[in-house]
Every structure is written in structure tokens, then in C-alpha cells.
Design a protein around this ligand. Structure first.
Ligand SMILES: NC(=O)c1ccc[n+]([C@@H]2O[C@H](COP(=O)([O-])OP(=O)(O)OC[C@H]3O[C@@H](n4cnc5c(N)ncnc54)[C@H](OP(=O)(O)O)[C@@H]3O)[C@@H](O)[C@H]2O)c1
Length: 307
């Protein structure tokens, strides 16, 4: 079993992004600009947003955080999106999900200019991915593919099982793997006989949000395991159930640890696996920066084409 080191892959991509930002600044006089819109004060969202802003700053990307109270309306968010759609210094717009109720997330997503849709949540971008004409790709699925590429794992002809069908992760990833000639089964909470389906998989991607969901008995020997799940474990019985003893000191010290959707005991059976933390997570925020630069470069070439 070999670890697929997401942190290492992310650092390599970050260096490429930093160089591209530098070239855009020097060569074109353009600084890629990312606008992050957040409503409410959800602690997890706050932490994601601040790590996005920190990384943007580190790579030389101009990032702006626009914060709304939890009482914000769909119209208020839409107005600021309209403003950023028309702002030539903003190349990428991200709306941090989930939005507090009763804000309508679909109205908000539909409002983003597809050419500035850094998360690729807009139906135009997701439709293009389905048609294998994708321009911009959601950060987490893109990160998963970049890990596989880095380690030379070929997906063509592979039997891939994706568990979780969200439009952020599972659905676009299933389409992207299909486009790369994998034979994909997309599973969800109504899937019947999931353990048997998983046992046939050469590649398993778990994006469920349930600790230790994929257990050792569900994994085929030699499979590649990609764990997207992020689960906070802060209770001793959960720790005993889902985490290895080697983390016990950390758990005691911090009061919590993060674990994925694939039970750690399954890793011993795998050919390759992504750990949690240090697997897919570092790629998600990194691909956001990659997409911001990509959208910036596209906007420059569109502007030049119009001249
Ligand atoms: N590492 C990263 O950077 C990153 C990025 C994004 C998300 N995440 C994490 O990935 C996980 C999934 O995120 P998400 O946004 O995709 O979650 P989500 O929108 O809550 O979707 C969860 C999916 O899991 C399925 N599911 C739930 N229970 C199941 C069961 N018993 N059997 C089979 N499928 C089941 C659901 O099925 P139904 O559709 O039938 O309800 C749903 O499709 C979360 O832990 C999240 O924190 C990590």
C-alpha cells in the first residue's frame, strides 16, 4: 500500500501557479483577482474561506472577501455577484456553500458569469463537463484527478465506484472519470448492495460525509482508494471506532481529529490510498487558485480576441 500524498502534489501545483501569477504580472500587467462571497458565520465555512484567502495571498493572487450576515437575502447576494461579474479586476467568483436559509443557492449559482465561475458550479460549466467539453472543473474532482495523474494511475478501462452524488464532488467526478474512459458506477443513499458494488471496484472514491463508511470488507485487494470525506471526531467512542491508536495522543491533546469516509483498516488492502488529512483536502484549495489563474488567462485571451 502506498500513500498518495496530496500535500506534496498540492505544493508542486502551487509552485506552478505562483510562477504563472508572476508571469501574468510581469508579462501582461495583470493580477488574477478572486472574490469570495460568504453569508453567515458557520465556523467550518469561516475556516475554509480564511485558508483560501491565505493561500491566494501566498501565491500573489488578489483576493477579496465579501461578507454578509446570515440574514442576507438572495437579492443582496445576487447584486454583489452582478457587480463582480462586471468588475474587470475580478476574474473569479466563489460563493461559499452552504448558504444560510432562506437564500436560494441555485439562484445565486445561476447568477455567476460562467466565465468567472471558479468552482464550476454553474449549469453551463457542469453541462460542458457532461459533454466532455469542460472548460473549468470543480476544485475537488479536479484535485482528485491531479493526484491520480501525479502518481501515474491510469483510469482508462478501470472499474471506478464513486460514492456520493453531490454536484460539488460525486456527479462531476463521475462525468470526468467517464470522460477519461473509466467505467463508472455512481452510488448514493438509495443504492442497493453497495458493499458488493465496491468489492468490484479498482478505484473507489468516497464522498459521503460519514466516518469509516467504506470498511475493509468492502475493498478489493489492490484497489486505489480516494477519500474525499472530512469528518470531525470529538468523542472517545467514535475515536475508538474510526481512528488508529497512533492518533490517540493527538486526539487527547486537541480534543478532536479529522478522519475520512474510508476506514483506516481498509488502507492495508489497497495498492494506493489518500490519507485524511493530507490527501484530497490540500488539492481542493490549490485547484481553486489554479482555476482563478486559468480564468484570468482566459479573460485576457477573450479580451485580445475582441480587439
Ligand atoms: N476534501 C475536500 O476538499 C472536500 C471537498 C468537498 C467535500 N468534502 C467532504 O466530502 C464529503 C461529501 O461532501 P459533499 O458535499 O459531496 O456531501 P453531500 O452533499 O452531503 O453528499 C453526500 C452524498 O453521500 C451520499 N450518502 C449518504 N449516506 C449514504 C449511504 N448510507 N450510502 C451511500 N451514499 C450515501 C448521499 O446520497 P443522497 O444523494 O442519496 O442523499 C449524497 O449523495 C463531506 O465529508 C465533505 O466535508 C471534502
Amino acid at each position: 500500500m502506498a500513500i498518495l500524498d496530496g500535500k506534496l502534489v498540492a505544493e508542486k501545483i502551487q509552485e506552478d501557479v505562483r510562477l504563472e501569477v508572476e508571469q501574468l504580472k510581469v508579462g501582461k500587467g495583470v493580477v488574477p483577482g478572486l472574490a469570495v462571497i460568504m453569508a453567515g458565520d458557520d465556523p467550518a465555512s469561516r475556516s475554509y474561506v480564511s485558508s483560501k484567502n491565505r493561500l491566494a495571498e501566498k501565491l500573489g493572487i488578489r483576493s477579496e472577501l465579501i461578507k454578509f450576515p446570515a440574514t442576507a437575502t438572495t437579492d443582496e447576494i445576487a447584486r454583489v455577484i452582478d457587480e463582480k461579474n462586471g468588475d474587470p479586476l475580478t476574474h473569479a467568483i466563489l460563493v461559499q456553500m452552504p448558504l444560510p436559509q432562506p437564500i436560494d443557492p441555485w439562484q445565486v449559482i445561476d447568477r455567476i458569469d460562467p466565465g468567472k465561475d471558479v468552482d464550476a458550479f454553474h449549469p453551463a460549466n457542469q453541462g460542458l463537463i457532461l459533454q466532455n467539453r469542460g472548460i473549468i472543473f470543480p476544485c475537488t474532482p479536479l484535485g482528485v484527478l491531479r493526484i491520480l495523474d501525479h502518481y501515474g494511475i491510469e483510469t482508462a478501462g478501470m472499474n471506478a465506484v464513486v460514492v456520493g452524488r453531490s454536484f460539488l464532488v460525486g456527479k462531476p467526478l463521475a462525468a470526468m472519470l467517464t470522460n477519461r474512459h473509466a467505467t463508472v458506477t455512481l452510488c448514493h443513499s438509495r443504492t442497493q448492495g453497495l458493499p458488493a458494488i465496491l468489492r468490484e471496484a479498482g478505484l473507489v472514491v468516497a464522498a459521503v460525509g460519514k466516518p469509516g463508511f467504506v470498511t475493509v470488507d468492502m475493498v478489493k485487494p489492490g484497489a486505489v482508494l480516494i477519500d474525499v470525506g472530512i469528518n470531525h471526531i470529538d468523542k472517545e467512542p467514535d475515536f475508538e471506532k474510526f481512528c488508529p491508536r497512533s492518533l490517540h495522543d493527538t486526539f487527547k491533546k486537541k480534543g478532536s481529529v479529522i478522519t475520512g469516509d474510508i476506514h483506516y483498516q481498509a488502507f492495508a488492502k489497497a495498492a494506493h490510498y489518500t490519507p485524511v488529512p493530507g490527501g484530497v483536502g490540500p488539492l481542493t484549495v490549490t485547484m481553486l487558485m489554479h482555476n482563478t489563474v486559468d480564468l484570468c488567462k482566459r479573460s485576457i485571451s477573450v479580451t485580445n480576441d475582441k480587439k
